[in-house]
Design a protein around this ligand. Structure first.
Ligand code: NAI
Length: 415
């Protein structure tokens, strides 16, 4: 078995971490049990490029229970939990991921997964599929899945450009993914990452949330819950209005830049914090990114404005600007929740990875029948994941009476 990890001796710690996450992933566990019985992925090679965390480890176990041969590499060089990687290797699952790996090793790991010619690929940000389409002419999978908003955008761009060669399921677009993972997961864990990086108190501070999409809604709500005054920066009028009606102050970026104590970027866009913003920020302002790629904060512009920098805490750098102000950058501008904390809690990854497992099953069941484009998972699967999760939380659904069903289907009935 070929693999590349940091330290095999960490396996015991990793196994405990995986076990703890498993306890809070009941939906994935139900799928794992069904997969063990039905074996829907018998003999299928699955190549996954996901954050190498305890939650992902449980997804790998579920896929393997379904009969798949899985191989895993990282979807971000800073998010790998080395102990989890070691535990997976000990279980016989090849992992190619080392926390802090450089770009050359990161792509070497992606290529190692592609060398196995996976029949199903799984991406978080579309690096695996992008590398495959750019560098290989054959060895296409029967289908792929995509975890995050940014990856789905890239894949839609590939489909529009006519270069996508196989079907992809946009797991992110399932309601049980983006309404919970992006919102509640990112909301809590991005603030957790900043807390761990800086040990700051949010109460009484101004937190500027840039991007009020699924993730931004969660970050803003949690920051307000911790006592912060929240300012939202948006370019979409409807989303900006939604933020205003939630009671947040909505301002153009340059005005918000003057007010913020903490900035969180969650746009999926490039350089949303740049030279003009750094020029007016307060001394001591903290910058963090929770969007997929480390492009949201213009680091080259920050470097150009700075006369020095030093690491002041793990995951926190102080940048000294020419005029004496200091700005603090969390986790090198990479996903702060994964780099400075542990990513989303297992409770919410339970649903995202249930969707991933079902997407793999759906792709295999429909092999040969799908076109090379971006698909959503059928709604009944969303409903099933939500129902199982609700049950696990101790909630129960009400049901429509026959009279209500008739009423909802009719058009003749008025008052
Ligand atoms: P979304 O598309 O729902 O929201 C993005 C928002 O940013 C939109 O409302 C858009 O109008 C706004 N925006 C775009 N450019 C802007 C600009 N220049 N200034 C202000 N606002 C701007 O996307 P979602 O799902 O909230 O994801 C955002 C990013 O976070 C993506 O890169 C996604 O992949 C990533 N993500 C990160 C997670 C994490 O664990 N940290 C989890 C899930 C998603």
């Amino acid at each position: 078995m070929r693999f590349d990890i940091a330290d095999a001796s960490l396996a015991e710690d990793g196994a405990l971490r995986i076990e703890w996450a498993a306890r809070r992933m009941p939906v994935l566990e139900a799928i794992r049990r069904r997969f063990s019985a039905d074996r829907p992925l018998e003999g299928i090679r699955v190549g996954a490029c996901l954050h190498v965390t305890a939650e992902t480890a449980n997804l790998m176990r579920a896929l393997r229970a379904g009969g798949a041969e899985v191989t895993l590499c990282a979807s971000n060089p800073l998010s790998t939990q080395d102990d989890v990687a070691a535990a997976l290797v000990e279980e016989g699952i090849p992992v190619h991921a080392v926390r802090g790996e450089n770009a050359e090793r990161y792509y070497r790991h992606i290529r190692a997964v592609l060398d196995l010619e996976p029949q199903v690929t799984m991406d978080d940000g579309a690096d695996l599929v992008t590398t495959l389409l750019k560098e290989r002419t054959g060895g296409d999978p029967l289908g792929s899945t995509e975890e995050t908003t940014t990856g789905v955008l890239r894949l839609r761009a590939m489909a529009d450009a006519g270069v996508l060669r196989f079907p992809v399921v946009a797991v992110n677009d399932s309601a049980t993914k983006h309404l919970f993972d992006n919102r509640h997961g990112t909301g809590q864990s991005a603030l957790d990452g900043i807390m761990r990086a800086a040990n700051l108190l949010y109460a009484g501070r101004t937190v500027v949330v840039i991007g009020f999409g699924d993730c931004g809604v969660g970050v803003a709500a949690r920051a307000r819950g911790l006592g912060a005054a929240v300012v939202v920066v948006e370019v979409d009028p409807v989303r900006a209005l939604a933020a205003a009606m939630e009671g947040y102050r909505v301002l153009p970026g340059i005005e918000a830049a003057r007010l913020g104590d903490v900035f969180v970027t969650v746009t999926g866009n490039i350089h949303v914090l740049r030279a003009e913003h750094f020029a007016v920020m307060k001394d001591g302002a903290l910058l963090a990114n929770a969007g997929h790629f480390d492009v949201e904060i213009d680091l080259a512009a920050l470097e150009a404005a700075a006369r020095g920098r030093r690491r002041i805490r793990p995951n926190l750098e102080e940048w000294q600007l020419g005029d004496g102000r200091r700005l603090y950058l969390a986790a090198q501008g990479r996903l702060v929740n994964l780099a400075a904390a542990e990513g989303h809690p297992a409770d919410v990854m339970d649903m995202s990875f249930a969707d991933q497992a079902l997407a793999a099953e759906w792709l295999v069941a429909n092999a040969g029948k799908l076109e090379p484009r971006v698909y959503r998972l059928p709604d009944y699967l969303d409903a099933e994941v939500a129902r199982l999760k609700l049950e696990s939380l101790g909630g129960g659904l009400d049901t429509l009476t026959p009279e209500q069903e008739r009423y909802l289907r009719s058009w003749e009935l008025g008052t």
